[in-house]
Write a protein that binds this ligand. Structure first.
Ligand code: NAP
Length: 264
């Protein structure tokens, strides 16, 4: 049975909605009848989604506060309001262990993963306050709860986004703005492809071989036996944005094929 969501008349902004998990979320909202805005840096992907699916596509670098202001202003002006903000943008721009990371790598990770979320929330809240069923959904990561051996700069930011979501849910409860957090496990997206490329260069092996080996190693750690796809994450986001979820706020949800269980 497929759940049919109806978001007709709802105005949704998904940051980093041009690829990967963000794109899957954007497409699912479009299928459910929402008016969807996305932002990203790369113009080609933005244009493609604008032409194919009719999204409002805004080119922006979310690490720049003035660009964040521009995205919100443009979206609100175009749609005459905003109901749902999905803070999806993020990732690790540098890969390595603790000693590989320079101070600037840590700063960059916080700008991309935490400060962009802070700026988007600050700009969006005045508009969400006048929505009938306002929502903020933040995409964190399983690694924000349980880090591995690599990318401590990134995993620390993902921990921060969980804490920030919980704080914001308290702060905005009286306004009936619900704030929740989704923690994906390993999902095959562009960021996964980038790790494959990097390892393939480092080890001087063909990317297909590295992808196969990394994919099957990762799948072995996942009880359901496969890596995720964007479409494994998007239904939960739509549920949290729906009226069915009106008594859920400050929660953090795992979607990871069973790799990590329990509450956080
Ligand atoms: N994939 C996973 O296994 C995984 C696991 C756990 C959590 N997550 C989280 O899920 C979210 C999405 O990850 P993903 O794997 O789907 O990423 P992705 O495939 O790399 O896509 C990232 C999206 O964000 C945009 N973006 C990146 N940097 C930007 C910037 N500075 N300004 C504006 N847009 C920017 C990208 O477009 P442009 O490059 O064109 O700007 C793209 O649309 C992230 O928060 C990530 O931490 C992912």
């Amino acid at each position: 049975m497929t759940i049919r969501f109806d978001f007709s008349g709802k105005k949704v902004l998904i940051t980093g909605g041009s690829k990967g998990i963000g794109r899957a979320i954007a497409e699912k909202f479009i299928d459910a009848g929402a008016q969807v805005a996305i932002c990203a840096r790369g113009i080609e992907d933005l244009r493609e989604l604008q032409n194919k699916r009719g999204v409002l596509a805004v080119q922006a670098d979310v690490t720049k506060e003035e660009d964040v202001k521009k995205v919100i202003a443009h979206t609100v002006q175009h749609f005459n309001g905003l109901d749902i903000l999905v803070n999806n943008v993020g990732g690790a721009t540098q890969f390595g262990d603790f000693f590989d990371m320079k101070a600037q790598n840590w700063r960059d990770a916080f700008e991309l993963n935490v400060m962009s979320m802070v700026h988007f929330c600050k700009e969006a809240i005045p508009h969400l306050k006048v929505s009938q069923s306002p929502r903020i959904i933040n995409i964190s990561s399983i690694s924000g709860i349980e880090p591995g051996f690599y990318n401590p700069h990134y995993t620390s930011t993902k921990s921060s986004t969980i804490n920030f979501s919980k704080y914001l849910s308290n702060f905005l409860a009286s306004e009936k703005i619900l704030v929740n957090c989704v923690c994906p496990g390993s999902v095959e997206t562009d960021s996964w492809d980038k790790s494959v490329q990097q390892i393939s260069c480092e080890k001087n092996l063909p990317p297909e071989e590295v992808a196969r080996e990394m994919g099957s190693k990762e799948a072995l750690k996942i009880p359901l036996g496969r890596m995720g796809q964007g479409v494994d994450i998007s239904p939960l986001v739509l549920f949290l944005a729906s009226d069915e979820a009106s008594w859920i706020t400050g929660s953090c949800f795992h979607v990871n094929g069973g790799k990590m269980k329990g509450m956080c």
